[in-house]
Design a protein around this ligand. Sequence first.
Ligand SMILES: *Cc1c(COP(=O)(O)O)cnc(C)c1O
Length: 427
Amino acid sequence: MSDYKIATKCIHSGYTPKNGEPRQLPICQSTTYKYDSSVEMGKLFDLEASGYFYTRLQNPTNDCVAAKIADLEGGVAAVLTSSGQAANFFAIFNICSAGDHVVASSAIYGGTFNLFNVTMRKLGIDFTFVTPQCSEEELEAAFKENTKAVFGETLSNPSLQVLDIEKFAKAAHKHGVPLIVDNTFPTPINCRAFEYGVDIVTHSTTKYMDGHATQVGGVIVDSGNFDWTKSDKFPGLTTPDDSYHGVTYTERFGKGAYITKCVVQLMRDLGSIPGPQNAFLLNLGLETLHLRMERHCSNALKVAKYLSESDMVSWVSFPGLEGDEQYDLAKKYMPNGTCGVISFGVKGGREAATKFMDSLRLASIVTHVADSKTCVLHPASTTHRQLTDKQLEEAGVKSDLIRLSVGIEDAEDIIADIEQALVSATK
Ligand SMILES: *Cc1c(COP(=O)(O)O)cnc(C)c1O
């Protein structure tokens, strides 16, 4: 599918029915797969033949959807996971073990920060956090002998900081390690992460990719560009795996090594695969991703302009808005738009913020973000409440920050709702 434009890929990549086969992607609702001989099945267990044997590792519906997302990102292979959290955990755990270290941007989703800073530390993997605006020297100073990866979010949730991808890629590659980015907010429609030097992309597909708040999921995509064999930093990929009779992933699977290891080792041992029904729903979402992202962005731009001109609002952050401090960086990495999420503060601080949210009629208060319906959240008291004030500041989350996820309703209705709620909150 690689020659088609991205809108065409959204519809057609990953599944091409042959003569007389179902037009829409079939749901293979089966845990297991039948073989004629035990010899054939044995070959699958030794990775000598490719094929399905158990849905904890692989399922045909999931694989079609993963292939579509790999094509959308311009990568060589992908694997779906049961959540965005699982995607980020697996993306790192696939190449790091106890005693290893990761350099990560501090402007990341609260759940990811907790995963890294608490849970993965318990597994013996250490993290150093740097702000996305750090200087090249500060970034350089964060690396250690045992650093195995660099991690960031292309557009951070919820603080909307744009990662200077080339700065992070350069530092990672200088140290012989991959740059892994979470591209959830801009999606491959708006940010072509691999073209700026990113090696591995992750997503919470729960957000724009699904787009309708129907199912939780994630994905890991490999660009195929990182050469794991250049150093001895990645023995899990470059030395024999005893659990598969001594298979060496980079030798047997070439550019597919990283994703294959993730599937046959991590999925085998840890599970976290989405059900095929969820993969099917994700695929339906992906078919309109290009249309929805355009509308999310144009609506959000109208709302951001309105907010920035309102005297009831203390500040607005929307990297797609001219004059925003992130505007130039956003134009560089996301030239066609960023996403539908805006953060802003209501005059009157925390109290006015709560009153504003409670006064909304069309927009609803939900934990979710990035689906078709406009919604709001106060991160400091919800998704980020486990963070200290200092960590909040480092993550770029002010205590009065309201995260507004602009949906694809009519922009005039969204703005009218915001206006009446602002009036109630500030009078
Ligand atoms: C939501 C989100 C996650 C976590 O994904 P889940 O699907 O909720 O597990 C990770 N990264 C970003 C940027 C997110 O927005």
